[in-house]
Design a protein around this ligand. Structure first.
Ligand code: KIV
Length: 262
């Protein structure tokens, strides 16, 4: 097995122009599968509020829920860097709460880094966390925790502001920045301007890496998918077929057979 991925590895990958592959994970079995498949970074995203909990947004996710999910992911990851996503209101209220909550991901859940949403507005948090020894990944562009302020899940097109945000989080000490829902040319310029890696989601192929939501790319949930999602599997279909077969066999008396009986 190749050596464990650290924040330093990601910096080297940017320098060597090796694309960084990130994926979300929310539990032990999928973390283990993604880790064994060779994913570099597993983000325990607060997207779990939607794809795992069935919520309408990410806003209701709590710190305790994030710690629980991150702990299960960390148990499944041997090589990938595990990043815990700071949920809404876990870092906005004060710098001391932000450091305390970020520290919980490392201390209680086994993450190696945290992610938070925001650019110039959160640089004091990023600096305080990195000063405390906590690696921070920033997230700019379409930031889902600000859905009400953004007026919906919309592509963000203010190139000057996005570049200022990206430069601000780099100067504050972030080891990487997620670029979500921004036009590819803006993402390309930001990627060229920064020495830290950019990880794109709906930001084109010129970023230093990519991330997708696991349940979207594996086709686990039904419903609307954004344009940037490519489905690499159809696990929902396969699960429905398996469960329908089980129901049929139980109802017909075909399961359990002799081979499943003591
Ligand atoms: O919560 C999440 O899964 C995320 C990624 C989509 C970047 O923030």
């Amino acid at each position: 097995m190749s050596r464990a991925v650290t924040v330093k590895t990601l910096m080297e990958m940017k320098r060597e122009k090796k694309p960084i592959v990130s994926l979300t994970a929310y539990d032990y079995p999928f973390a283990k599968i993604a880790d064994e498949a060779g994913v570099d970074v597993l983000l325990v995203g607060d997207s779990l509020g939607m794809v795992v909990q069935g919520g309408a947004s990410t806003l209701g996710v709590t710190m305790d829920e994030m710690i629980y999910h991150t702990r299960t992911v960390a148990r499944g990851a041997k090589r990938a860097l595990v990043v815990g996503d700071m949920p809404f209101l876990s870092y906005q209220v004060s710098i001391s709460e932000a450091i305390y909550n970020a520290g919980r991901f490392l201390k209680e859940a086994g993450a190696a880094a945290v992610k938070l949403e925001g650019g110039a507005a959160v640089v004091d948090r990023i600096k305080a966390m990195t000063d405390a020894g906590i690696p921070v990944q920033a997230h700019i562009g379409l930031t889902p925790q600000s859905v009400h302020q953004l007026g919906g899940y919309r592509v963000q097109r203010d190139a000057d502001r996005l570049l200022l945000d990206a430069e601000a989080v780099e100067s504050a000490g972030a080891f990487s920045v997620v670029l979500e829902g921004i036009p590819k040319d803006i993402a390309k310029n930001i990627t060229a301007a920064l020495s830290i890696p950019t990880i794109g989601i709906g930001a084109g192929r010129e970023c230093d890496g990519q991330i997708l939501v696991l349940h979207d790319m594996l086709g686990i949930n039904d419903g609307h998918l954004p344009k940037f999602v490519k489905q690499y599997g159809s696990l929902r279909k396969s699960a429905v077929e398996s469960i329908e077969n089980y129901i049929k066999e139980v109802r017909e008396g075909a399961f359990p057979g002799d081979e499943h009986t003591y």
